[in-house]
Design a protein around this ligand. Sequence first.
Ligand SMILES: [Cu+2]
Length: 457
Amino acid sequence: MNPNRRHLLLGASAGMVAGAFARSALAAPRTLPQDADTASLRPGEPGADYQPVITPNGTALPFRIVDGHKVFHLIAGDVEHEFAPGLRAHCYGFNGRVHGPTIEAVEGDRVRIYVTNRLSVPTSIHWHGLVLPNGMDGVGGLTQRPIGPGETFLYQFPLRQHGTYMYHSHHDEMAQMAMGLMGLFVIHPRVPAEPPPERDYAYLLSEWKIAVGARRPDPNEMMDFNVLTLNARTAPGTEHLLARVGERVRLRIGNLSAMSHHPIHLHGHNFHITATDGGIVPPGARWPEVTALVPTGSTRDFEFTANEPGDWPLHCHMTHHVMTQMGHGLPILEGTDPSLFDEALERAVPAYAAMGSGMGHGMGDMSTMPGMPAMPGMPNSGAAQAATPTALVPPNQLAMVGTRGPFGFITMGGMFTVLKVRHSLPEGQAVGWYEHPKGTVATRARTMDLERDGIDL
Ligand SMILES: [Cu+2]
């Protein structure tokens, strides 16, 4: 439709402001003018005006509507957070969660967000990517005085844009963000320029340093982060994603890691980046990818059609970001004779000999070896757990890599989850591992195949 005609139609049906939305949606960046008449719009309601996003392992922040305003309340405080079964730490969060709940609203909504500080230190909350009055930007010392312990501040502004944004502490940033003070802020379009996807998932990436056995993240760490998270969970504690074959899927991915950019990789599909927190990427400017970098301090909206059934990894492609609490001080083990290590360990730890030993040549094998202090726990790995003498397991730590999969051990942990694409997804039923059609799984080559293709072993 020609933009002018679209403008006229919308203007006649929903007021001139809606016309401005439609026009703004066709160009990037799109932002309502400062004097837009948002008061004439009713607050957007979930279900009626937008399909809520799913925040895996997370939740949405409740709101109420008062005098045409959408009212939210964030409460910053100490939270005992579980990163995955076996690893907990004392963090900072909002409303009892790490990270905070996802704020969800509609372009044109006028929001009032109360922020209560129940921490023992001053804080301030910045609305990352939002275009708003300067005094609402939440930068401690620059645009407001910090929110003291026990105080409640009110932020209020109209939402003049739509997309995937974030909120985070902007006071003593290094310490408070390292402790978890952040969340997602999703704004749906008032008049979508493109059909919304069937599945709309939202992720916030972050990174932590939690020394083995420690009870608090270490905010002073600058390089050696050892807990890499999707929505503050690390694999195997990350929920899996679901999609039916043929469905359009959006992955909103924000990154508020202290020091890292994350190249996020999806198997089995290709996708386009349709938007950043700076605006919509015009359709003609998008290109296909299978991995896209999400720099720290930014968001990217990935969109694709789930057209390949299976269990597909979604993970950061930095190999040390799909590990947890890795020991970087290990000697080089590749190419070594593990029997020497076994003998030494058996002398030092008699229980190890009793279990049977067998040092492998890489992390994958090490992860399944019971009794290695760096790799106990292994949730979902019942046999190995049962064989691990608890005296050898320091409390509160995770396996360095992975969890049990349908074919053995999956040697990825950290920033890793699985997209399960199925032809049918019965409501309310757990979705197990993919059942591969006969003959479609790689297996040991048969002699007849080797002979047919002239492979000489
Ligand atoms: Cu990464």
